[in-house]
Design a protein around this ligand. Sequence first.
Ligand SMILES: NC(=O)c1ccc[n+]([C@@H]2O[C@H](COP(=O)([O-])OP(=O)(O)OC[C@H]3O[C@@H](n4cnc5c(N)ncnc54)[C@H](O)[C@@H]3O)[C@@H](O)[C@H]2O)c1
Length: 250
Amino acid sequence: MSDRFAGKVVLIIGAATGIGKAAALAFAREGAKLVLSAYRTPPDVVDEINAAGGVASAVRLDVGDEESVKNAVATVVERHGRLDVAFNNAGSLPVTKPLADFTAEEFEHTLRVDLKGAFLAMKYEIQQMLLNGGGSIINTGSVVSVVADPGMAPYVAAKHGVLGLTRGAAWEYAEQGIRINVLAPGLVETPMTARWLADPDFRALVHSYNAVHRHSQPEEIAGMVLYLASDEASFTTGGVFLVDGGQTAH
Ligand SMILES: NC(=O)c1ccc[n+]([C@@H]2O[C@H](COP(=O)([O-])OP(=O)(O)OC[C@H]3O[C@@H](n4cnc5c(N)ncnc54)[C@H](O)[C@@H]3O)[C@@H](O)[C@H]2O)c1
């Protein structure tokens, strides 16, 4: 356990499983006070962190619903008095098919969770961070924030949009001490991707995409989140931080 985040209040949206859970455990090990958002049920990770002597609590949240997001940020401030770090990590499982086969409802669902959610979260987090005198926001994009994988055009559009929102807002709030960056993972083994990775042909295809010829584990992504949240990253804002085993290097 280190004290890199001692006294820092961290909100993670989408903390129940996968990358969000790995980041929550890593922040807890480094002394952060955590509020972890759950969509359906309180994340088990809250109990795990408290049992180990950390500080974590849950808040219910639907990231596509404005009142819900506003209340979640207000709850963080009621509990801890401030907000130093926000990790906006909610995402929906991309449906995979060619663009012309998508329904408008499927498109809207992806945009609601992955793009509108990031907008709403940033809106209320930034309002609070301006009162605090600064903070760090990390938005989860993807390699598909900068390139495209076939078969998921709405998700690609949403994740490109997350980068656009991040870049725009980074310029607007840098002088007030708020840094805003995009985390851009390649393929990570999480509940979102478990079904795909169970297919040997899909695994082989994905492993041929990158330079290390494997997919990653959530713990390999969490370190970048903590770096971006920390004072060591004081010269970063508006950036896109790829953790992709070299996928976008060629
Ligand atoms: N797994 C990958 O290969 C991969 C690669 C690049 C980017 N990502 C992105 O990483 C993020 C985390 O995904 P993961 O792979 O850890 O999967 P995951 O399914 O474990 O996590 C997704 C999280 O989003 C939350 N969520 C979904 N809809 C929500 C809503 N309406 N309101 C609030 N929370 C909601 C879920 O509860 C869950 O905690 C997502 O944004 C995803 O798009 C994942």
